[in-house]
Design a binder for this molecule. Structure first.
Ligand SMILES: [Zn+2]
Length: 379
């Protein structure tokens, strides 16, 4: 008779271990990007979830009490490690509490969840949230905190978002991907992506300066610069009109070619606390920035291919693609990311390791940037 409870326990254990677990999406990384003081945005909170499980729409609840609005996003089926939570809390602690407070919690159990709570004064702060697909196939979620008084002042007039460069030609931030302990991809010729992006970026910087442009670089040696520090630098660089980020690709050995990315939001939430006219102003500003990024990407992609083909006629164009990465999301000015070739492809790895080809790529970037500024001046 004593065996009955043993069998029952064994059966329930068997049922528990054999039941197919619900898929869980890991919260891989959290970023906070501060915007510049004169920007229509105040800051952005960005979440990256693992690529295996498609991220479903979060559950949103809102309440307002004593003039403070609280918005809660619950991501059912998402898991966050202690390290991710600690890193996120460290970032959120640096945010000016007069603007907003942000909390992140992870709930364990059969069905884990991640809860994001944001509290802010809706008189001063507007709010948008977006889902996006990241370049490396992760799923992303982003909250944008908006400068509501500035948007209201700009309402009814077209916002002047263009920054003022001290140079007649224009101002550029060059972002050389990776650096320091972040090596990026490794080429078949044992050269790290960080060295190739530095080589091309420094050559581009020389070319741009001699053509009369204002140039700021996110790094000029083999140092590690965190992604949110890079975006803050871009956003606070008043003399810069555009941002160009340089990377090299990796994949299967057969994969090859050059591609340029820019970001286009998929969805804009309606709960932004903005008046109808301020919302229109914000949407117009966002659309204008996206269109400028797209024309910069098209211009750069075309001239990169033209210059690369002069050195290697088999180089193919993978085109302009719209997806997100940290810099593309965090920068509050027109921004593109160029993947200048595949380090895992034998031919492109050899090319990108040579000074001569790096110079051709830098020339392609320069020509694309020049053509973009010429076209913008004619609009
Ligand atoms: Zn890279």
């Amino acid at each position: 008779m004593k065996s009955v409870p043993v069998i029952a326990v064994a059966l329930s254990w068997f049922c528990l271990v054999s039941a197919k677990p619900e898929p869980v999406s890991e919260l891989n990384q959290v970023f906070y990007h501060a915007a510049g003081p004169s920007s229509i945005e105040l800051g952005k909170v960005v979440f990256y979830f693992a690529k295996e499980v498609p991220l479903e729409k979060p559950t949103i609840t809102q309440s307002i009490e004593h003039g403070i609005k609280r918005v809660e996003f619950r991501f059912d089926g998402a898991h966050a490690s202690r390290g991710t939570l600690a890193a996120a809390r460290e970032l959120f602690a640096k945010i000016d509490k007069a603007m907003c407070t942000i909390e992140l919690q992870a709930k364990k159990g059969n069905r884990p969840s991640v809860v994001l709570r944001i509290a802010y004064n809706p008189e001063m702060v507007g709010f948008e949230s977006d889902l996006f697909d990241a370049i490396k196939h992760e799923k992303g979620f982003m909250c944008t905190l908006l400068n509501k008084p500035l948007l209201q002042r700009l309402s009814g007039t077209m916002p002047i978002l263009k920054t003022v460069s001290t140079s007649k030609r224009g101002g550029i931030v060059i972002d050389m991907g990776h650096g320091g302990q972040d090596h990026g991809a490794l080429s078949l010729h044992s050269i790290a992506e960080k060295d190739i992006t530095l080589g091309i970026g420094m050559k581009l910087s020389t070319l741009l300066r001699s053509a009369g442009f204002d140039v700021t670089c996110t790094r000029s040696d083999d140092s590690f610069v965190p992604l949110d520090v890079r975006t803050t630098l871009c956003n606070r660089c008043d003399k810069a009109d555009i941002v160009v980020s340089i990377h090299a690709n990796s994949g299967q050995s057969s994969a090859s070619g050059i591609e340029t990315f820019c970001y286009k939001p998929i969805h804009t939430s309606s709960a932004s606390d903005l008046s109808c006219t301020a919302q229109k102003t914000y949407n117009a500003a966002l659309l204008s920035r996206c269109n400028q990024s797209l024309s910069l990407a098209q211009s750069i992609q075309g001239s990169l291919i033209e210059q690369a083909k002069k050195k290697q006629c088999t180089v193919v164009s993978r085109g302009v693609k719209q997806a997100a990465s940290q810099l593309l999301l965090g920068a509050t000015k027109p921004v593109v990311l160029a993947e200048v070739g595949f380090l895992t492809n034998p031919i492109e790895s050899a090319l990108l390791s040579s000074d001569e080809y790096q110079q051709a790529i830098a020339r392609g970037l320069l020509n694309g940037i020049c053509a973009y500024f010429t076209a913008s001046a004619q609009v």
